[in-house]
Write a protein that binds this ligand. Structure first.
Ligand code: THU
Length: 142
């Protein structure tokens, strides 16, 4: 588990280096582990119309689903911080919107992924269902 965590966190930190975040200057990276062993990363993509900015986790989920894959999401790591300083500041947990976006792919594959959240005070390990209890997802549409 520690190996998986470290592999994913390294990938997330590398992904954060690709962030397009000229407005917040807060570079976020996410690395998602699929049951087939594939690791898919994302970085935040901001916009001059600030509210249209995309979070790293959402970019990663969109990348997976847009590829046509409907995989099982096993685990993910999230990190962020100033340019070149991901994980060196306050802990980064997925924002509320990203929790919902992650829940979509998790429910599709019937998993409850482990989420590792990076920060200078240490890596928090939590389940998605703890970040988003009583989630609304595909199953709720009947
Ligand atoms: N951000 C993410 O990419 N993921 C999160 O879960 C939290 C916030 C981004 C959005 C924005 O580009 C920057 O971090 C500052 O909020």
């Amino acid at each position: 588990m520690n190996d998986t965590r470290d592999t994913l966190m390294t990938a997330a930190r590398q992904a954060a280096a690709n962030a397009y975040a000229p407005y917040s200057k807060f570079h976020v990276g996410a690395a998602l582990l699929l049951a087939d062993g594939r690791v898919v990363t994302g970085a935040n993509v901001e916009n001059a119309s600030y509210g249209l900015s995309l979070c790293a986790e959402t970019v990663a989920v969109a990348s997976i689903l847009a590829s046509g894959a409907r995989p099982q999401l096993t685990a993910l790591a999230v990190t962020g911080g100033g340019p070149g300083a991901a994980g060196q500041g306050p802990r980064v947990t997925p924002c509320g919107r990203c929790r919902q976006v992650l829940n979509e792919i998790a429910q599709l594959g019937n998993t409850d992924p482990v989420v590792w959240c990076d920060g200078a005070e240490g890596i928090l390990e939590v389940r998605l269902s703890d970040l988003l209890p009583h989630a609304f997802g595909p199953a709720n549409l009947g």
